[in-house]
Design a protein around this ligand. Structure first.
Ligand code: PEP
Ligand code: MN
Length: 364
C-alpha cells in the first residue's frame, strides 16, 4: 500500500521527532466558540490541525446531532485566522461533497462508519480523483480486519495521505474506560503497516478528562505518531462529550509533561513486536487486578454470611482443600509450585484479614 508520510503534506510537522496534535471541540457550537478555541490552540506549538464535529453520530435520537452545513464556513474562517488546518467527520458522500466545496483540509471517518463497509465504500467512491488526507478511526467493535478493510477501500480510491486513529473499542465488560483501548490491536496494525501514521484519541478512549494524561503517555510509550484530543473553552458546558473535553490550557500542560522516547531500536519491527507483547502484559495484569477486586467482594459476602450465622472467621480445613486444589491446577497448567503457593498464601492471608476486620467491626 502506498502511504505518504505526514511531513510530505504537512511541512510544519517533522515525522518521528514530536507527536502531531489535533485539537478542537467535539462539536462546532457557534462561530464564536470555534474561533476562540482555535485562537487559544494556535499558541500550542504541537497543535497543527483543528478538529470540530459538524455531523455528530449519536447513539440515541434527540441528542445534539451537530449543526451541519452552516458550520462548514466557520472551519474555513479558523484556517484564515489561525493558519491551522481543519478537519471534520464525514459519514456520507454528501458530507464529502460539502467538505470539499468548503475547503476542509482533512476528512475523518468515524468509528461507527468504519464498521460499515457500505458507508466506507460510498465515501471512497466520492473521493475518487480527489487529493485530500483522510483519517480512519478504528471500528467500534474490536475487529482489526474491518479497520484494515476501511483503510484499503479509501486507499483503493487513490488516497495515499492516510492516518489511522485508535479510539478504543466498545466492549461488554467495561473496565476502566468508556472504550477499551485493547492496545494489541493498534500495535498489530502498526506491524502490518509500519508506514501508516497512527494517532491515538484519548478523549474517546477514556470518556473522562482526568484519565486523558495517562492514555496520552501510554500512546507515546507505544510509539504512536500523535494525538487527537477534544478541547473546549468551557468543557462542562459542551453540547456533546462534556465529561471528556479539556481546556486548551490543560492540553498544553499535558503535552508539556509528556515524556517522549529518545531511544529507539533501529529495528522498527522489533519495537512493534515488543510493544504488542507489553500491551498483552498490561491487559493481563489489569484483568488480574480486577479479578482480585471481584474476589475481595465475594470474601466480604462470605464474612457477612458467617457473621449472620455466628460462626468463626477461619475454617482451616477449607483452606487446606483450597490450597491443594490450586496447587494441582497450577501443576496442570505448568506453573511453578513454589510460586503458586506463595501467591495463594498471600491471597488467603488477605482474605482472613478482611474477614477478621469485618468481624471486629460487627461487634462494635
Ligand atoms: C468524535 O471524534 O467526535 C467522534 C464521534 O468519534 P468516534 O467516531 O471515535 O466515536
Ligand atoms: Mn466526541
Amino acid at each position: 500500500m502506498k502511504i505518504d508520510s505526514i511531513s510530505s503534506w504537512l511541512p510544519t510537522f517533522k515525522d518521528n521527532t514530536s507527536p502531531l496534535v489535533i485539537a478542537g471541540p467535539c462539536s462546532a457550537e457557534s462561530l464564536e466558540q470555534v474561533l476562540s478555541t482555535a485562537h487559544a490552540l494556535k499558541n500550542i506549538p504541537a497543535v497543527k490541525i483543528f478538529r470540530a464535529g459538524i455531523w455528530k453520530p449519536r447513539t440515541r435520537p434527540n441528542n445534539f446531532e451537530g449543526l451541519g452545513e452552516i458550520a462548514l464556513p466557520w472551519l474555513h474562517e479558523v484556517k484564515k485566522q489561525t493558519g491551522l488546518l481543519t478537519t471534520t467527520e464525514v459519514a456520507t458522500a454528501k458530507h464529502v461533497e460539502l467538505c470539499l466545496k468548503n475547503g476542509v483540509d482533512i476528512l475523518w471517518i468515524g468509528a461507527r462508519t468504519t464498521a460499515n463497509p457500505f458507508s466506507v465504500q460510498e465515501i471512497a467512491d466520492a473521493l475518487k480523483g480527489v487529493d485530500i488526507p483522510v483519517m480512519i478511526k478504528n471500528p467500534i467493535n474490536a475487529d482489526l480486519q474491518l479497520w484494515i478493510g476501511a483503510i484499503e477501500r479509501i486507499n483503493n480510491a487513490g488516497i495515499t495521505k492516510l492516518i489511522a486513529i485508535h479510539r478504543g473499542f466498545s466492549v461488554a465488560d467495561k473496565l476502566e474506560f468508556r472504550n477499551d483501548p485493547l492496545w494489541r490491536i493498534p500495535m498489530e496494525l502498526k506491524v502490518k503497516f509500519p508506514n501508516l501514521p497512527l494517532l491515538c484519541d484519548p478523549s474517546h478512549i477514556t470518556g473522562e478528562r482526568e484519565l486523558i494524561q495517562k492514555v496520552c503517555q501510554k500512546a507515546m510509550d507505544l510509539d504512536m505518531n500523535g494525538l487527537i484530543i477534544e478541547t473546549h473553552l468551557n468543557p462542562e458546558k459542551a453540547w456533546s462529550d462534556a465529561a471528556q473535553q479539556i481546556t486548551p490550557e490543560k492540553l498544553n500542560t499535558i503535552l508539556t509533561e509528556l515524556a517522549l522516547k529518545t531511544q529507539y531500536s533501529n529495528d522498527a519491527g522489533f519495537e512493534a513486536e515488543l510493544n504488542i507483547l507489553r500491551a498483552q502484559i498490561d491487559r493481563l495484569d489489569n484483568e488480574l487486578l480486577h479479578t482480585l477486586q471481584l474476589r475481595s467482594n465475594v470474601v466480604e459476602k462470605i464474612a457477612f454470611a458467617k457473621i449472620e450465622q455466628n460462626i468463626t472467621a477461619l475454617q482451616s480445613s477449607r483452606f487446606d482443600t483450597l490450597m491443594k486444589e490450586r496447587l494441582d491446577t497450577g501443576k496442570t497448567l505448568g506453573l511453578d509450585e513454589g510460586f503458586i503457593k506463595e501467591i495463594f498464601d498471600s491471597i488467603h492471608e488477605q482474605s482472613v484479614k478482611l474477614q477478621t476486620d469485618l468481624f471486629e467491626r460487627s461487634k462494635k
